[in-house]
Design a protein around this ligand. Structure first.
Ligand SMILES: Nc1ncnc2c1ncn2[C@@H]1O[C@H](COP(=O)(O)OP(=O)(O)OP(=O)(O)O)[C@@H](O)[C@H]1O
Length: 379
């Protein structure tokens, strides 16, 4: 029997993806949670008494994030008021199912849940958008709208801080993509653990140094209830290439992921490089580097039956906007500053008795040395 290299008492049941150490389950929980705690403390992510929304999609990352945030908040007495915040993009057969998982998580973790939807906020669901624009470029709409939707949901909840489940693999992939594209502005920002726009809502990534494989392993051993289907509309080929490349690098050198993040952090942008300035969207009041924010441009294109508006090169987009501004437009987006906090509104789902909540059986991640029961191999 191989003993855990950390405690030398228990049997090693897994090989830690980040370090290759063979360790027991209890030591794995300990190192996994403690590293996240150190990330939080080192970056001074939270203030006592802060209201924090966890961006909850029902997927593995945000489910583990909700679990760990609740646990660390109690264990280390952070003094945070935690909420779950979900965006319903309106993707039938995907988000409707994953939101059911979030609703179960809400009961399991006993956290209030707020769901905001593209349909309500923009008048367009992703199903509608894909019908209009097709599969190509639909991720652009989804990404831009989701960012704003999360901020809007945060305002409704009265929170000024959102945490997301972006993990080390996501960040390393983004560093690579920004290098491949030569996108200096984004390269400079993408490794920041906290970002804040003019909306005054901070966003942070407690999993910045947490490996995806370890998140899957943690969810497996803790038998967490999460939804694992890929988005039916997300070809996102470019990220797919970066992802495959990163996985290849990780297989030969596991530290590649964190090394790429450190390289990204070490980039310094010369003061002579012209960076976009932060403004406020003239139409909806949301932060923007142009007079009109990207969400309003995309929405205008959809409402005018010109879905290509806002897709593509910045210079072309600007020309398209200039042309479209010759004509009077209906107000398509509720003004950001007019969104009211409604933290006690009836549409926030409150916890009930967690003992009544169903938890499905776990699936097994790679790297588990010896499965606890053979039955769980059926996945
Ligand atoms: N619909 C949503 N509602 C709320 N938060 C979301 C939503 N989609 C994504 N997020 C947040 O952004 C993070 C990164 O999202 P991404 O789309 O990359 O999914 P992911 O890496 O598969 O994460 P997850 O496993 O949590 O779905 C998520 O972990 C979550 O915190």
């Amino acid at each position: 029997m191989k003993l855990c290299i950390l405690c030398a008492k228990q049997r090693a049941v897994l090989k830690r993806p980040k370090t290759g150490q063979q360790i027991c389950q209890a030591c794995f929980y300990h190192v996994f949670e403690t590293e996240i705690h150190h990330t939080i403390v080192d970056a001074k992510l939270f203030r006592r008494g802060e209201r924090v929304a966890i961006g909850a999609s029902g997927g593995k990352d945000s489910t583990v994030l909700a679990h760990v945030m609740k646990q660390l908040n109690e264990q280390y007495d952070y003094g945070l008021d935690l909420f779950l915040l979900s965006v319903d993009e309106g993707i039938t057969g995907y988000r409707d199912d994953s939101l059911e998982t979030v609703k179960r998580n809400q009961q399991q973790y006993e956290l209030p849940l707020k769901i905001v939807s593209y349909g309500d906020l923009y008048g367009w669901t992703m199903d509608d958008i894909v019908r209009e624009v097709g599969l190509k470029n639909n991720c652009t709409y989804c990404g831009v709208f989701r960012r704003q939707a999360l901020d809007r949901g945060a305002v409704m909840l009265g929170v000024d801080h959102i945490v997301t489940g972006h993990n080390a693999d996501d960040i390393a992939e983004t560093v690579l993509m920004n290098i491949f594209r030569g996108d200096i502005a984004r390269l400079g920002r993408c490794t920041e653990i906290v970002t804040q726009g003019e909306s005054s809502i901070r966003r942070s990534k407690p999993f910045k140094y947490t490996y995806e494989k370890e998140i899957v392993m943690y969810a497996y051993f803790k038998k967490l209830d999460y939804f694992s289907t890929e988005c039916i509309y997300s070809p996102n080929a470019y990220r797919g290439y970066a992802r495959t490349f990163l996985k290849d690098l990780e297989s030969v050198r596991p530290s590649a992921i964190v090394d790429i993040i450190h390289s990204g952090e070490a980039f310094e942008i010369k003061s002579t490089v012209k960076m976009p300035s932060q403004k406020t969207c003239e139409r909806c009041g949301y932060m923007s580097s142009n007079d009109t924010c990207k969400a309003c441009v995309l929405l205008e294109g959809l409402n005018r039956g010109l879905p290509q508006l806002g897709i593509g090169k910045e210079s072309r987009v600007r020309k398209q906007i200039a042309e479209s501004e010759q004509k009077e437009l209906p107000t398509v987006v509720q003004h950001f500053s007019q969104i009211q906090r409604d933290a006690d509104a009836p549409d926030i789902i409150q916890p009930r008795d967690p003992s009544t909540v169903y938890t499905p059986p776990p699936r097994m991640p790679t790297g588990v040395l010896d499965p606890p029961t053979k039955k769980t191999l059926d996945w």
